[in-house]
Design a protein around this ligand. Structure first.
Ligand code: IPM
Ligand code: MG
Length: 372
């Protein structure tokens, strides 16, 4: 018998813990009903790790993440840690994991479920049937560029510095992920987003993406767009987009916009992928909901577990090549939403408001039904 794959669960802070509880139930369901079994470890990250160990992620946890077949991540952060020095903040734990696992490609799908068309703040005809994939470069750009820091100037004022920097290989490897993915989608095409009108790093981004296209992906339609225009176009006419490839900072911003097209941040999963291991063929991977730790609603059973459950589905799809099992979760979510259950973040008139746990339970019952 094959050895079980290793999963590392890092619930983190705030609602991260609650939504991870629901994933655990779904993991158990798949182990029992579909023989998709994992060896599971759980550990601390973010503020929870800071409280226990004085650092937002320990070397031991980084080591565990490096050795896991996939990491499921909840969320990090909270007001009690916002005044800590930069290096101790919960977010640094996540950023260090992304960097040390070299998870350079962040996939953020924005899909509008039919049942959710009315919960978007945009008009139904603008968002109906929407299916966009944002691919955000995740280990470079201004998030990690040097020099950085805050320095004292001779006149007693201060200067804050961050550096936007990209190299050819960094652009090429994430660009390749985007084109390959677009090639697998119906009518797949790519928008590459930067600010080549004001930034040299944007000029390089545009040239390298174009060169990659011309050498290896000529059959895939490519358009370039400035980031400010892309933000505007995303709310004006999102259907023009299919795959968007962009750098770390613009990807952070555009993916929040795309998320709101779907009705709520509480619905959006993500996958952060590294390079394929030449021996095993596996990629390092971390899966996390796009929403944060939402400290204002933490511990009250108000959180929407769907983004976390869909992140688990992405894990089955991208790390373990189990598309049918991933489809099953996505179908169950879609059915439960069609049945009228809603957590607070997506609540609408005429729907039934439920807690995190009841939503998780309903999705499990739907899985039972679908696989009966
Ligand atoms: C995200 C988050 C993170 C980011 C924070 C928590 C560091 O906003 O994953 O989009 O800025 O990348
Ligand atoms: Mg963000």
């Amino acid at each position: 018998m094959q050895k079980n794959k290793k999963l590392l669960l890092l619930p983190g802070d705030g609602i991260g813990k609650e939504v991870m509880n629901e994933v655990r139930r779904v993991v158990d369901w798949f182990a029992k009903r579909r023989a998709v079994a994992f060896d599971i470890e759980e550990d601390l990250v973010g503020g929870a790790s800071y409280e226990a160990h004085g650092t937002p992620v320990t070397d031991a946890v980084v080591e565990k993440a490096l050795n896991a077949d996939a990491v499921l991540f909840g969320a990090v952060g909270g007001p009690q840690w916002e005044t800590l020095p930069f290096a101790d903040r919960p977010e640094r734990g996540l950023l260090r994991l992304r960097k040390e696992l070299d998870l350079f490609a962040n996939l953020r799908p924005a899909v509008v479920f039919d049942a959710m068309v009315e919960s978007s703040t945009l008009k139904p005809e603008i968002v109906r049937g929407l299916d966009i994939m944002i691919i955000r470069e995740l280990t470079g750009g201004i998030y990690f560029g040097e020099p950085r820091g805050i320095e004292e100037l001779p006149d007693g004022t201060r200067r804050g510095i961050n550096t936007e920097v990209y190299t050819t290989p960094e652009i090429e490897r994430v660009g390749r992920v985007a084109f390959v993915l677009a090639g697998k989608r119906k009518d797949g095409h790519v928008h590459s987003v930067e600010k080549a009108n004001v930034m040299e790093s944007g000029v390089l981004w545009r040239e390298e993406i174009q060169a990659l296209h011309d050498s290896d992906f000529q059959d895939i339609r490519l358009e370039h767009m400035y980031a400010d225009n892309a933000a505007m176009q995303l709310v004006r006419n999102p259907h023009q987009f299919d795959v968007i490839i962009t750098g770390n900072l613009f990807g952070d911003i555009l993916s929040d916009i795309a998320a709101m097209l779907t009705g709520s941040l509480g619905m959006l999963p993500s996958a952060s992928l590294g390079a394929k291991d030449p021996v095993t063929g596996m990629r390092r991977a971390l899966y996390e909901p796009v929403h944060g730790s939402a400290p204002d609603i933490a511990g009250q059973g108000k959180a929407n577990p769907i983004a976390m459950l869909l992140s688990y589905a992405m894990m089955l799809r991208y790390s373990f090549d189990l598309p049918e099992d991933a489809d099953l979760i996505e179908k169950a979510v879609s059915e439960v939403l069609a049945g009228g259950l809603r957590t607070l973040d997506v609540m609408q008139k005429g729907m039934a408001r439920v807690s995190t746990g009841v939503m998780g339970e309903a999705i499990i019952r739907e899985l039972d039904k679908l696989s009966a």
